[in-house]
Design a binder for this molecule. Structure first.
Ligand code: GLU
Length: 417
C-alpha cells in the first residue's frame, strides 16, 4: 500500500502455491483458490460539502465461502486497489480457518483518503457504498468489519443503511459495531490483545521469559496502539513506537500511555520529550526482542530484512513481510508469527460478536477475553506443533493447516453440478 512495488495479491498467490506444492494439492485446486469466487466493484458518487460531486471506487471481494459465510474488514485508504483487496480477502480465508471459525474470507475497500473528508462526507460515502453492495453482504452471506481507517461508527452507518433497506434491524450484518448497537465487549481491543497473546506464546515457544522482553511496535492504530499498551501491562518493555510519519525510541522503555496521548494531541510524534526521534524505516531496524509490524503490508522486504535486529516478528498487520524477506528472516533464525495467526484475534472476537447477535444474548467482557485467550492459544499450539512435525516455518504451518481445512470442506461438499 505504501510500497507501490509490492502487490499483496501476488504475495498471497505465492504463499498459496508454496503450500499447494508442499501438500501436493491437485493443481486445479490451487488454481481455484488463487481467485476470489465473487468480486464486486462499484462507483460511489458523493455530494461533497462544497457542492461538488465526486465519484469514488469501492470493492468487496469474496474469496471463498466453503466453510461458511465470508468475513473480513473494509478499509478506506488512498492506495486501495482491486488486487490489494483480493489478496486481503484470500488472507481472511486462511485466517478464519487457522482459528477455526465457521467463515470464509472476504475484504472490502474504498480508494479514498478519509482524513480529507468531513464527517458528513464520510457518512454519505459509507451509506452509498453499503447501498451499492446491496445483497452482496448479509448476516448469513458476507459480514464486514472495521479495518484500516474504519471504525465502529462506520459499521453503525453500514448497519443502519442495510437495516433501513431491508426493513429489519440487522445487527449481525457487521461486526466491530458499538456495544449499544449489538457490538461485543472486548472487540475494540481484540486484535491488539490477540497480538499480545501471540507474542507471549511465541516467546514461550522460543524458551524466553516474557518479562522484560524489548518490543518495537510499528503503527499506532487499533492494532499497534492497543498491542503496545497491553504488552507493556504484561511486562514487555516497549522501546520503540511510530505512527505513519515518524517514531520514538528509548532503550530504557517508553511510557506507552504518554506516547499515545502525545500522538493524539499533536497528530504526530515529533517533539515527544524523553525519547530519541527515529524514522519509520529506522524503527523497524532497532535492537529489540519482539518486532510488531502493525501498520500496512510490504514493510519488511528483502532490502531491510538483513538489518532487522529482532528475535521474533509478530505480524500485527496483514502481509507486512514479503515472501523474499521471509526467506532472509528464516535464514537469519528470526521467528515470524504470521499475520493469519498473530492478528486473528480481531476476527475471532468478530465471530463471538456475531454469535451473540444471532442468539440475542450478550456476554460479560471477561467471558469474551477468556474465549479469545483460549482460541489464540489453541491456534498457536496447533500451528507450532505442525511446524515442528513437518519441519517448516510457522507461516508455512499456519498456511498448511488453513488450506487443509478449506480443501477438506471443499472435498466433502464436492462440486456442483
Ligand atoms: N479487519 C480485521 C482483519 O483483517 C478484522 C476482520 C473481521 O473482524 O471480520 O482481520
Amino acid at each position: 500500500m505504501t510500497n507501490a512495488t509490492i502487490n499483496l495479491y501476488d504475495t498471497a498467490v505465492t504463499q498459496l502455491r508454496d503450500v499447494g506444492a508442499a501438500l501436493r494439492l491437485e493443481p486445479g485446486i490451487v488454481e481455484l483458490l488463487s481467485h476470489c469466487s465473487r468480486e464486486l466493484t462499484v462507483s460511489i458518487p458523493v455530494r461533497m460539502d462544497d457542492g461538488s460531486l465526486r465519484t469514488f471506487t469501492g470493492h468487496r471481494m469474496q474469496h471463498n465461502a466453503v466453510r461458511g459465510p465470508t468475513k473480513g474488514g473494509i478499509r478506506y485508504h488512498p492506495a486501495v486497489t482491486a488486487d490489494e483487496v483480493r489478496g486481503l480477502a484470500m488472507l481472511m480465508t486462511w485466517k478464519c480457518a487457522v482459528v477455526d471459525t465457521p467463515y470464509g474470507g472476504a475484504k472490502g475497500g474504498i480508494t479514498v483518503d478519509p482524513k480529507q473528508l468531513s464527517r458528513g462526507e464520510l457518512e454519505r460515502l459509507t451509506r452509498r457504498y453499503t447501498y451499492e453492495l446491496g445483497d452482496f453482504i448479509g448476516p448469513d452471506r458476507d459480514i464486514p468489519a472495521p479495518d484500516v481507517n474504519t471504525d465502529g461508527q462506520v459499521m453503525a452507518w453500514m448497519l443502519d443503511t442495510y437495516s433501513v433497506l431491508h426493513g429489519v434491524t440487522t445487527p449481525a450484518v457487521v461486526t466491530g459495531k458499538p456495544v449499544h448497537l449489538g457490538g461485543t465487549l472486548g472487540r475494540i481491543e481484540a486484535t491488539g490483545r490477540g497480538v499480545m497473546i501471540a507474542a507471549q506464546e511465541a516467546a514461550r515457544h522460543a524458551g524466553l521469559q516474557t518479562d522484560g522482553l524489548r518490543v518495537v511496535v510499528q503503527g499506532m492504530g487499533n492494532v499497534g496502539g492497543i498491542a503496545a499498551r497491553l504488552m507493556a501491562a504484561e511486562g514487555f518493555v516497549v522501546v520503540g513506537m511510530c505512527d505513519s510519519k515518524s517514531g520514538v525510541h528509548n532503550p530504557a522503555g517508553l511510557d506507552v500511555a504518554a506516547v499515545t496521548a502525545y500522538q493524539r494531541e499533536h497528530r504526530a510524534l515529533a517533539g515527544f520529550p524523553g525519547a530519541a526521534a527515529v524514522t519509520v524505516a529506522g524503527l523497524l531496524e532497532l535492537p529489540c526482542d519482539v518486532l510488531v509490524p502493525a501498520a500496512v503490508e510490504g514493510q519488511i522486504t528483502a532490502a531491510n530484512a538483513p538489518r532487522i535486529q529482532a528475535r521474533i516478528v509478530v505480524e500485527g498487520a496483514n502481509g507486512p513481510t514479503t515472501p523474499d524477506a521471509d526467506l532472509v528472516l528464516l535464514d537469519r533464525g528470526i521467528m515470524v508469527v504470521p499475520d493469519i495467526l498473530a492478528n486473528a484475534g480481531g476476527v475471532f472476537v468478530s465471530y463471538l460478536e456475531w454469535v451473540q447477535d444471532l442468539q440475542r444474548f450478550f456476554w460479560a467482557e471477561a467471558e469474551v477475553n477468556e474465549r479469545l485467550t483460549q482460541g489464540m492459544r489453541q491456534a498457536f499450539a496447533a500451528v507450532a506443533a505442525a511446524a515442528a512435525e513437518r519441519n517448516v516455518t510457522l507461516r508455512q504451518a499456519a498456511m498448511q493447516l488453513a488450506v487443509t481445512r478449506v480443501v477438506e470442506a471443499m472435498t466433502s461438499r464436492g462440486l456442483y453440478p
